[in-house]
Design a protein around this ligand. Structure first.
Ligand code: HPA
Length: 260
């Protein structure tokens, strides 16, 4: 189903972060239209293709583009890509996203490793009949973000001299950004960053037994904290600023997997 290529690591890239795929040597590209159940991304900054190949000798499949709840498509578009990675042989899912920061000291252009999440999207991607051959009806979300992978991210960032914040990512359905009052509520709940993706794919990944690591590229201070009005254009511009560090961090992280 995948030309015999067996990725060890699957990477889902967030808005404006497609440059990570440029790190693959001799990439083989598959359009999402060839893959059953995959979304047709409708949002600028999301390409809609899988780029496969080696990064530092480690077989990876990079998914450029993801479905979001706010696009209103079939919920299976959030499940199919993650389950496809699992079926193709992946052990690890790495996710990146663009997010707003609730911590003033972690501003635009910074990276934050996700230690845990709060799903405030109002739904759960596993609602519906459960396929027991994929995973259990009631999967645990304990250690949803793999502690060993988190330490490896930390080590790679330290080696490169990239400051890496750590915190709780809050999933928000969008498409409207949060109000300032909602941001104050999220802060009280324990959120450090907020964005419109990631939590669903993490749930699907844990359900089918993939280990998860995730990094937010901070594109703005959350509503009510900064001067710049929030917009998708602003998200893409600041994602590009963080992308350079993110590419270096992901490549070092994946390269370190070759030896463990
Ligand atoms: N809120 C929600 N999603 C986002 C934000 C934000 O402030 N920034 C980038 N994605």
């Amino acid at each position: 189903m995948n030309g015999g290529f067996r990725p060890r690591v699957g990477v889902i890239l967030g808005s404006g972060l497609g440059a990570v795929a440029d790190a693959i040597q001799n990439p083989v590209v598959i359009g999402y239209e060839e893959l059953p159940g995959f979304p047709r991304p409708t949002v600028a900054g999301h390409a809609g293709q899988v780029v496969q190949g080696l990064i530092a000798g480690v077989p990876v499949a990079i998914l450029q583009g993801r479905a979001h709840l706010y696009e209103g498509g079939p919920i299976d578009e959030l499940r199919a890509p993650v389950r496809w990675l699992k079926a193709a042989g992946a052990e690890i899912l790495v996710q990146t996203n663009a997010a707003g920061s609730l911590r003033a000291e972690v501003g635009p252009g910074r990276l934050m490793a996700i230690t845990d999440h709060i799903n405030l999207t109002g739904t759960n991607v596993l609602i519906g009949p459960n396929d027991d051959s994929i995973g259990p009806r009631f999967p645990s979300m304990g250690q949803a973000y793999d502690p060993a992978l988190l330490s490896q991210l930390r080590a790679a960032a330290a080696q490169l001299g990239i400051p890496l914040a750590e915190g709780v990512y809050t999933g928000w359905s969008g498409p409207a950004f949060e109000t300032a009052a909602e941001i104050r509520a999220i802060r009280i709940l324990g959120g450090d960053a907020v964005g419109m993706s990631t939590v669903h794919e993490t749930i699907v990944a844990r359900h089918c037994g993939l280990r998860v690591a995730a990094i937010s590229a901070i594109t703005n201070l959350a509503e009510g904290m900064g001067e710049v009005p929030l917009s998708h254009e602003q998200t893409l511009a600041d994602a590009a600023r963080a992308a350079e560090d993110l590419v270096r961090l992901l490549v070092a992280f994946i390269a370190a997997l070759a030896t463990d």
